[in-house]
Design a protein around this ligand. Structure first.
Ligand code: PLP
Length: 381
């Protein structure tokens, strides 16, 4: 049996007539950028995450860049405010995330300061944040990794006590909840990616930012279009972070299915949990008591990870690595002088994790086949 890592084709087939109608509408209307479909999607995403404001953007990476800049972090914003400071702003960020979260901090002219993660949740360890706060610390970026919300209460408390901005990278956590409330508005701004493989995926590049702060929204709206609300009248420099209308149209169809698809992912996770319960070698991901996990990824921790992945590949099952190397050991951050041993939890987990297929269209047979194959691998060891 073949089990792909995810199956975008089957999902497309299930919504094909609606998608085609919406795409044809865009083509007929010839409004290709930030038109009515994008606006309708922004309203839906804001509603889903109980946020006052939402802006569609060109990608999750651009959403982060836009948010940091508009929040006044780094050299770029100092230029926007007509001044230049000597010292670099510092931004606290988990070491276990996709590089988009951190490279955008460097790009705006600030310094990412890594924090190790909790072993159980894979998310930033609130207990390790305070020791990294200096007089230059400006913000904490929380990433709700793999679809599990980070432990927001202690993070928000530290942020309040130290006057720090909080940004949530929700790129892997559409529809996820912390203590019954959707992620994205615990801090000043929540950012999203709609990369095609995400829980809510476009048919190309797309992203969004959400906020309850009107002033910040107005600023991000300006920045999204070269510092202009009125065309060709530029209050400041900005960038092009606009969302394509075709992506707005696709996302507006897909967002109507997000609850069903989230439940589908949670169902797969629950069955995996039951079927793998007795396999001593396999640690399934924990769902923290405060979290509604949306299983963008299902990370198991196992011995002989590479060998297991090869075995599954031979059986027709695709797997992934998220991520093969923690950020502090990547060549991109060599200049910072980090070394092996600096973030022991991330380093240990990184050697053991394996992402197994999880997507809402998975059949019971596929779920059982994956779990059964993992079981049969360890029974032979
Ligand atoms: C945690 C996280 N942040 C940011 C991004 C960047 O999103 P995009 O690929 O849409 O630029 C991703 C995408 O994989 C992500 O997983």
């Amino acid at each position: 049996m073949k089990v792909p890592f995810l199956d975008l084709k089957t999902q497309y087939e299930s919504i094909k007539p609606d998608i085609q109608k919406e795409i044809n509408d865009v083509l007929d209307n010839t409004a290709y950028i930030c038109g009515k479909k994008v606006k309708a999607f922004e309203d839906e995403l804001a509603k889903l995450h109980s946020s006052k404001y939402c802006l569609g953007t060109s990608s999750g990476t651009d959403s982060l860049h836009l948010a940091y800049w508009a929040l006044g972090i780094g050299i770029s914003s100092q230029i926007e405010h007509g001044r230049l400071k000597e010292e670099m702003d510092e931004v606290i960020v988990p070491v276990n995330t996709y590089i988009a979260t951190t490279e955008t901090i460097s790009i705006i002219g600030a310094k990412p300061v890594f924090i190790d993660h909790e072993e159980d949740s894979f998310n930033i360890d609130p207990g390790k944040i305070e020791e990294k706060i200096t007089s230059h610390t400006k913000a904490i970026v929380v990433v709700h990794l793999y679809g599990q919300p980070a432990n927001m209460d202690p993070i928000l408390k530290i942020a309040k006590e130290n006057n720090l901005i909080v940004i949530e990278d929700c790129s892997q956590a559409h529809n996820a909840e912390y203590k019954g409330k959707k992620v994205g508005t615990f801090g000043s701004v929540g950012t999203f990616s709609f990369y095609p493989g995400k829980n809510l995926g476009a048919y190309g590049e797309a992203g969004a930012v959400i906020t309850n702060n009107e002033e910040l929204y107005e600023k991000m709206l300006r920045f999204r279009q070269h510092g202009a609300v009125v065309r060709y009248i530029h209050d400041n420099e900005g960038h092009n972070y606009r969302m394509e209308e075709l992506q707005g149209a696709v996302l507006n169809v897909k967002i109507k299915h997000i609850d069903k698809w989230t439940n589908g992912r949670r169902y797969v996770a629950q069955i995996y949990r039951e079927l793998l319960r007795d396999v001593e070698e396999v640690k399934v991901p924990m769902e923290m008591p405060y979290a509604k996990h949306v299983y963008h990824l299902f990370e198991i921790r196992v011995p002989n990870r590479e060998d297991l992945a090869n075995y599954l590949k031979e059986k027709g099952i695709d797997t992934g690595l998220h991520y093969p190397m923690p950020l502090h050991l990547q060549k991109a951050y060599k200049y910072r002088g980090y070394k092996e041993g600096d973030f022991p939890v991330a380093e240990k987990c990184c050697k053991e994790i394996l992402s197994i297929p999880v997507f809402p269209e998975m059949t019971d047979e596929q779920i059982e086949y994956v779990a059964g194959s993992i079981k049969s691998y360890y029974s032979k060891c």
